[in-house]
Design a protein around this ligand. Structure first.
Ligand SMILES: [Mg+2]
Length: 397
């Protein structure tokens, strides 16, 4: 492998070169400055891995990242620092935003185990391809999808951290498009929102969710079901009555319904929203503040609206074990939920490390994320639950 190491500290260069040679990588070039490195890279674009110290006199790591992005560097990048972990993760974020392939962001000194992981990461085939060109659909197309019943619900399971039992699901809308296949909500929700279709869309998702949830109950699966609503849904005062009527028609127990509320823009009519939300709570529906910690899901909302569940945004959960800032925000959010007598849900549990970290914290009620399961069609859920029953027994700790 062609490897380049950039560090202003000659000792670090020597050490890394030696460590890499021990791992069967003798082809290591070293540079004491980012300027020298850029020259070398201009000559040898095929460099497969660049290790870069982010704190260097002259050109620093942030500038180098910018240059690498500019030259459309295709190899892997490893950022190193002896400094604050937060600076390191910000540089990592910057590099990823520039679409560079970041293989790692490591505190010095770097261990042989870390190096081996990085070499393996670069040798493995490219990560998941980006989703093909995202088509944005017209208002007419979205309206007819709603009308023709082309919108369907997928469900992502949620698991109790204490019992590891499946306790509920979150309904996530998909568009079963006649030609384009399965279309994700980021391709049509904002069109619906901006053109007065979001209310119809939400009511459709809600009705489907209540129906599925009732069917599961009939087959002895008592699960809660969460439906996402945005503050822009909360403009018609009859919204709670609509839900109560639907639940009566379907003989559905409303204590199983959770409404996950997000606010993408400032509330236009806060009193109406508050009226509706309070009545929903009076009907025994759980109100969850979604994506807590981001956007408008703020402490003010927590103070003013009678939420009884707090959903910590995945950005604070995934990799929290390795990121001190995420860890602090996650712990504080969970503590806040507990002190306010709210249930807590952590989104973004993507791997075993996330799961272990969360279970060690011992104060989060429910977990959700790819590690447990991806969203799935309603009919797949019962068989997935059977598989989980086996899998969960292996998740000791
Ligand atoms: Mg949600």
């Amino acid at each position: 492998m062609n490897i380049l190491v950039i560090d202003d500290d000659a000792f670090v260069l020597k050490l890394l070169k030696l460590q890499l040679a021990n791992l069967g990588q003798p082809e290591v070039m070293t540079c004491e400055s980012a300027n020298d490195a850029l020259e070398a890279l201009a000559d040898r674009q095929q460099m497969e891995i660049v290790f870069c110290d982010i704190q260097m006199p002259g050109m620093d790591g942030v500038e180098l990242v910018r240059h690498l992005a500019h030259m459309e560097f295709q190899g892997g990048l490893v950022l190193m620092s002896g400094e604050d972990e937060r600076i390191l993760s910000t540089v990592q974020y910057l590099a990823q935003a520039h679409r560079l392939k970041v293989l790692g962001a490591l505190q010095k000194p770097i261990t042989p185990v870390q190096l081996r992981g990085i070499l393996q990461g670069q040798a493995s085939p490219a990560a998941k391809p980006r989703r093909a060109d995202r088509k944005i659909y017209s208002v007419e197309a979205v309206a007819s999808a709603i009308e023709n019943g082309e919108l369907i619900n997928y469900y992502q399971p949620k698991v109790s951290m204490c019992s590891r039992e499946v306790v509920g699901v979150e309904a996530l809308v998909r568009w079963q498009h006649p030609y384009d296949g399965l279309v994700f909500p980021d391709q049509f929700i904002s069109t619906a929102e901006q053109n007065g279709l979001i209310d119809d869309l939400t009511r459709l998702v809600l009705l489907n969710a209540l129906r599925h949830c009732r069917d599961w109950q009939a087959s002895q699966l008592r699960l809660s079901v969460a439906v996402n609503i945005s503050m822009s849904n909360l403009v018609s005062l009859d919204f709670p009555d609509f839900i109560v009527k639907a639940a009566q028609d379907l003989d559905f127990d409303l204590s199983l319904l959770i409404l996950e509320v997000t606010e993408s823009q400032l509330m236009q009519n806060p009193l109406t929203a508050l009226d509706i939300l309070t009545r929903l709570r009076l009907k025994n529906i759980t109100l969850s503040i979604d994506d807590f910690g981001t956007g408008h899901s703020t402490l003010t909302q927590l103070r003013d609206i009678p939420f009884n569940e707090l959903k910590v945004d995945s950005g604070f959960v995934h990799d929290a074990g390795d990121n001190a800032s995420c860890r602090a925000i996650l712990e504080a959010s969970l503590d806040l939920a507990r002190r306010l007598g709210m249930k807590s849900v952590a989104e973004g549990v993507e791997n075993l490390a996330d799961w272990h970290f969360l279970s060690r914290l011992a104060c989060c009620d429910v977990a959700q994320g790819y590690f447990i399961a991806k969203p799935m069609p309603a009919q797949t859920l019962p068989s997935w639950i059977q598989e989980w029953q086996v899998r969960r027994t292996g998740l000791t700790e």
